[in-house]
Design a protein around this ligand. Structure first.
Ligand SMILES: CC(C)(COP(=O)(O)OP(=O)(O)OC[C@H]1O[C@@H](n2cnc3c(N)ncnc32)[C@H](O)[C@@H]1OP(=O)(O)O)[C@@H](O)C(=O)NCCC(=O)NCCS
Length: 447
């Protein structure tokens, strides 16, 4: 019970943070076929009832393929590379002739109805009891045909031309969930087959959504050791896109998230549609469940190397001279440099640093030398660096507590979740070195 109460309390900052924000969720057809689909719908209902404005964009590729197979219609795709015309397409694109389009309409219609039905459920003793959700779908997407490219006629395959921003916003303000399918309509009165990625990305951008959350088969992006890559900075996306060339769906999802962030959406997430609870864990826990892609204006955070000693000294020396920081010789810094993380400006300059000194015997670590360059103050850089150090302390060193000694920044640390502490709480070897003359405040944060 206490675990439950703690968990519930821990989620409240996230609930407050997300309330009233617009999230665009992209659920491909494969996710709708997955056993976990029902749970995803329950979790979406929960988000809506917590005051989050939800636009759910669904795909229907496997459902369309099934209809084509049932009707003996052969699926046709434009190849990535057409040797005859020498044309290169960004990805395999379906050619939607009239026979295919009939199947698309049936498959998409059936999928939309299945989602609407589940979101309307109100059974006693189910997570949907009392949810009373209103789901609105409609002609919010204006489409245009892909036309003829490199001699290939794409017929009813189209792309997003315009999104009815005011119309969707009105529904969201009214508390409805907006459900968008991969179909769009042209001013000539025709329907076009769109991709889920295109609809989701353009909707997130047009609505200036807070997040685009893309469901994929995988947990998110995985590194060479199959470990989940929890965050990717925008500047690092391109190499990942190249690396994912063989995993088409994941690459498309990452591309969609990247495009959304590039055009003003602050954060995109890739999470699994197969993992029960991934959506809630990603949104309401510090650890998350998938890969977060965010735009930080190009600064990168990385482990410092010996080559950074000069840059770090330049940053901290003025503060040492004014007595804010304890003096460190170049020699000491050289031996301690591996404990530092630095934030590097796209031009290469070090604009912030922080150090972590672990005390493994007490499961704690000292945070030291947290500095950001005065030209870059008040942009959240130090807070981001602190988050990164905290992650390292938790994940790499399995620490449970961080403490810091400061003479002038105790309020800043309090705003970052640190609490006033005392000499008794420090590891003995650190307490023995406490400089009474400096009279630094001691603060502690539980990780
Ligand atoms: C403390 C410090 C790292 C914050 O850097 P930053 O990149 O500006 O931090 P953020 O952008 O994340 O936070 C900025 C907010 O914190 C506030 N803030 C900054 N320094 C503060 C301090 N010493 N006390 C209280 N609040 C402070 C800012 O006013 C701003 O709040 P606002 O936006 O409401 O006005 C930076 O001011 C610094 O380098 N200070 C000198 C070094 C130091 O004392 N380090 C701590 C000892 S290890």
């Amino acid at each position: 019970m206490t675990d439950y109460v703690k968990f519930f309390r821990d989620t409240s900052p996230y609930i407050n943070m997300h309330r009233g924000k617009t999230f665009v969720l992209a659920l491909p057809g494969e996710g709708i076929r997955n056993d976990n689909f029902g749970h995803i719908i329950h979790d979406i209902a929960l988000l809506s009832n917590l005051g989050i404005k939800i636009v759910l964009v669904h795909g229907a590729k496997p459902q369309v393929d099934k209809k084509l197979a049932q009707g003996n219609v052969i699926p046709r795709f434009a190849p990535l590379h057409d040797s005859q015309s020498q044309a290169t397409f960004e990805k395999d694109t379906r050619i939607t002739d009239s026979g295919t389009m009939s199947c698309v309409k049936e498959a998409v219609g059936g999928t939309t109805i299945a989602i609407e039905a589940l979101l309307s459920m109100d059974l006693p003793n189910s997570p949907m009891q009392g949810a009373r959700l209103r789901v609105i779908s409609g002609n919010f997407i204006t489409a245009k045909p892909l036309g003829i490219r490199a001699g290939i006629d794409f017929h009813h395959s189209g792309e997003v031309r315009r999104i009815d921003r005011a119309g969707i916003k009105r529904q969201l303000e009214d508390g409805a969930i907006v459900l968008l399918s991969p179909l769009g309509y042209s001013p000539t009165g025709e329907a076009f087959n769109l991709t889920c990625e295109d609809v989701a990305t353009q909707t997130a951008i047009t609505l200036e959504a807070e997040k685009l959350i893309y469901f994929c088969r995988e947990r998110g992006i995985l590194d060479d050791q199959d470990a989940l890559v929890k965050t990717i900075d925008m500047v690092d996306v391109r190499p990942w896109l190249r690396q994912l060339n063989e995993q088409v769906q994941l690459r498309d999802a990452l591309q969609a998230g990247y495009d959304a962030c590039l055009h003003g959406v602050p954060r995109s997430h890739l999470i699994s549609y197969a993992e029960d609870g991934a959506l809630l864990r990603e949104l309401f826990t510090r650890e998350g469940a998938g890969t977060l892609l965010s735009h930080h204006g190009g600064e990168t955070i990385r482990q410092a190397t010996i080559d950074d000693v000069g840059g770090v000294l330049e940053l901290i020396t003025p503060l040492e001279d004014s007595g804010i920081l304890v003096k460190r010789s170049r020699e000491l810094l050289e031996t301690e440099i591996s404990r530092f993380q630095v934030m590097v400006h796209p031009e290469g300059m070090i604009i912030a640093c922080a150090a972590l000194h672990p005390f493994p015997d007490t499961d704690s670590g000292e945070l030291a030398c947290v500095v950001s360059h005065p030209d870059f103050h008040k942009r959240g850089l130090a807070a981001r660096l602190l988050q990164s150090i905290e992650q390292k302390a938790r994940d790499e060193h399995q620490l449970h507590k961080l403490f810091v000694l400061t003479t002038q920044a105790d309020h800043w640390f309090q705003e970052q979740g640190f609490k006033a502490s005392s000499l008794d709480e420090l590891p003995t070897e650190k307490a023995a070195l406490y400089n009474l003359q400096r009279n630094s405040k001691i603060l502690v944060k539980t990780l």
